[in-house]
Design a binder for this molecule. Sequence first.
Ligand code: 2AM
Ligand code: CA
Length: 269
Amino acid sequence: MRINSPKLNIMYKACMKASKSLIRDFGEIENLQVSSKGPGDFVSSADKRTEKIIIDELLKAYPDYGVLSEETGKINEKNENNRWIVDPIDGTSNFLNGIPQFAISIGYEEDKEIKTGIIYDPIKNELFFAETGSGAFLNNSRIRVSKKKNLKQSLIGTGGPKSNSKLKDEIYLEFLKVSKSIDIPLRKFGSASLDLASVACGRFDGFWQRELSYWDIAAGIILVKEAGGFTDFLDNDVNETKKRNLVASNSLIHKELLDLIKKKNIEKN
Ligand code: 2AM
Ligand code: CA
């Protein structure tokens, strides 16, 4: 593993420690799915357990750094210059249903800019990581975005809408609009961080999703950029924690994808 920066080293350690307990918890899901109570409560405690392991490990190394995380919220709020962004289980619905498509995602932000990211899929044992200026990696190999030039022949991922979204109808219409414009059916795999990792390593040519939280995408953004791709927010949502509308791609299809998503949704044609 080509991890030679102190930050990445700590993130890697936190990830590996947390993933041991996460894999154990995932193994329990199958039993709980057939129980009358279902796995809901168990998953929520697995989420908290995993997050605690990660945050403890990060703060052990850098006690005064800020943290923004899905379960705990904010820690050391005053430190706005150095901050960890943590999602302990990205792809919670998949995890809950025993589907092996979820990841731990940790980003590191310096002066409000994301500098380092790590996304770990513990089931496939795939570790994606990137740091500003040093490129993006999957396990031991350098990764790059795809070279697809034409949106029509591209493989595009998306996700959502959230069950409580006020934009549900628009999001479905947008899905329809994009589906009709490209030859390959859209992919909806249920973990935004892994979707971004897929753009970074060229499995997907592009990805977009509305109303994402910052912890879903912080690590993925640096990964895509360092792999040679582009990321953009659709509206003035750069400072939002919970409503980020993100488009990411291999750069070559970026304008075409962005223009298409921004085009008005048509109800019937
Ligand atoms: P999560 O699994 O951590 O909730 C699924 O399309 C992707 O969107 C996942 O990365 C999921 O993260 C994210 N997402 C964020 N908020 C969500 C919500 N309220 N409901 C469903 N998915 C959500
Ligand atoms: Ca998430």
